[in-house]
Design a protein around this ligand. Structure first.
Ligand SMILES: Cc1cc2nc3c(=O)[nH]c(=O)nc-3n(C[C@H](O)[C@H](O)[C@H](O)COP(=O)(O)OP(=O)(O)OC[C@H]3O[C@@H](n4cnc5c(N)ncnc54)[C@H](O)[C@@H]3O)c2cc1C
Length: 371
């Protein structure tokens, strides 16, 4: 990166902030804009499970990306002063309800070099996690690869590290349109017009709605989350079935997450709470009368083929996009930020070549959804 290059980043989530830190340390002059204060709308809503999902096991490129993402996340956490306090729990139990679902899990895992983990039967499952007592579960595969991240703390730590390194933060200022000029990029915002040499759009599901940029087949998928607390009953591992339970702050347990096509609405609904309560009843009936602590909703950015968009916006010269991480953006956000930085500096990044948005983007009107 040529020292002094002006870079503008739209979106102060884990992706935009991870890119900003790297760019500023390579000598660029970096401004990050977020429509809301204090930014990181999707990132703050996440549970923070930093473990590749079973859904990725069938896509070799995605699985490799997720595992590399886990390593980059670990390095980034180690580089943040708050890092050691941001990790929670250890490992995951992927539960099976019967022998058939156990075999299906083991079969899927044959594509993962880490394998499914160690099989634990129902009795051992309850010995490991007493909160699961009373469930009709058959058993689970236990894997120690991974943990959870305190997402609120992670975004705050990235904001603080960026500010210390010289990143200019403009939180609470939305970008409205983008125009590429001969010498650079102009972005019209709520507060005026900003100019830069290059632009990164890392605005989560909102990345598709900017006037002046090609259409992106991207849609918001709402996730609702619930936190409960019952003294004496906590979890030390993520417990994953169709939905999941996981260790939260101070012995609390987080229950996630719905997957809803609800446009850009970010509110909690009775139907969402019902779904999450049913997960509690199924996976941990002892928590049925636990104290309700908090519920919230957030949006994931989901692409048509389940793979992210990381690359140049087709039809542009100086505008890059980094979004579409679905439900794995805490795990892969740091690597996505690092990869888009490499793209800006060198014009290519092999790790994300399969995720070039040119594969799907049309040049029609913005905001088309899909997936
Ligand atoms: C309920 C839920 C649970 C999740 N659980 C997990 C999990 O356990 N593990 C995991 O790995 N991932 C999880 N995810 C996914 C993860 O949160 C996201 O993939 C990741 O945070 C995306 O980060 P981002 O930086 O791309 O987007 P965001 O954090 O959403 O940041 C984008 C920012 O762009 C800003 N913006 C929008 N429009 C504009 C504009 N016009 N101008 C300027 N700024 C703009 C927004 O305000 C927002 O702050 C979960 C997501 C949800 C919703």
């Amino acid at each position: 990166m040529k020292p002094g290059t002006d870079i503008l980043i739209l979106g102060a989530g884990v992706v935009g902030l991870s890119a900003a830190r790297r760019l500023v340390s390579s000598g660029a002059s970096v401004t990050v804009l977020d429509a809301v204060h204090p930014g990181g709308r999707g990132s703050r809503a996440a549970a923070g499970v930093a473990i590749p999902s079973v859904r990725l096991w069938e896509d070799a490129d995605m699985l490799a990306f997720a595992r590399a993402g886990r390593a980059t996340l670990a390095e980034d956490l180690a580089s943040l002063p708050e890092g050691p306090t941001l990790r929670r729990g250890h490992g995951i139990l992927r539960v099976a309800t019967d022998a058939k679902s156990r075999d299906a899990l083991a079969d899927k895992a044959s594509k993962d070099p880490e394998g499914p983990g160690t099989w634990v039967d129902a009795a051992r499952l309850v010995a490991l996690e007493p909160a699961l007592e009373g469930t009709p579960l058959f058993g689970a595969f236990e894997s120690g690869h991974g943990h959870m991240v305190d997402t609120e703390g992670y975004v705050n730590a990235l904001l603080a590290a960026g500010a210390r390194a010289g990143v200019r933060l403009r939180l609470g200022e939305a970008a409205r349109s983008v125009t590429e000029t001969d010498g650079g990029v102009e972005v019209r915002t709520d507060g005026g017009t900003l100019r830069a040499d290059q632009l990164i759009v890392s605005a989560g599901p909102w990345s598709a709605g900017l006037a002046g940029l090609p259409a992106l087949p991207l849609k918001p998928v709402r996730g609702q989350m619930l936190v409960v607390h019952q003294p004496g009953l906590h979890l030390t591992r993520v417990v994953s079935g169709p939905s999941y339970l996981a260790p939260w702050r101070s012995g609390e347990i987080v229950v996630g997450a719905t997957e809803e096509d609800a446009g850009f609405s970010e509110h909690v609904t009775p139907a969402g709470l019902l779904h999450l309560s049913a997960t509690v009843a199924k996976l941990a009936p002892r928590l049925r009368d636990a104290r309700f602590v908090r519920a919230w909703a957030g949006l994931r950015a989901v692409t048509v083929d389940g793979r992210p968009y990381i690359g140049r916006f087709p039809g542009t010269l100086r505008t890059f996009v980094a979004t579409g991480l679905g439900g794995q953006g805490i795990l892969t956000g740091a690597l996505t930020g690092a990869s888009v930085t490499e793209l800006l500096a060198h014009g290519r990044c092999d790790a994300v070549a399969p995720f070039d948005p040119a594969r799907l983007v049309s040049t029609g009107s913005p905001g088309r959804t899909g997936g």
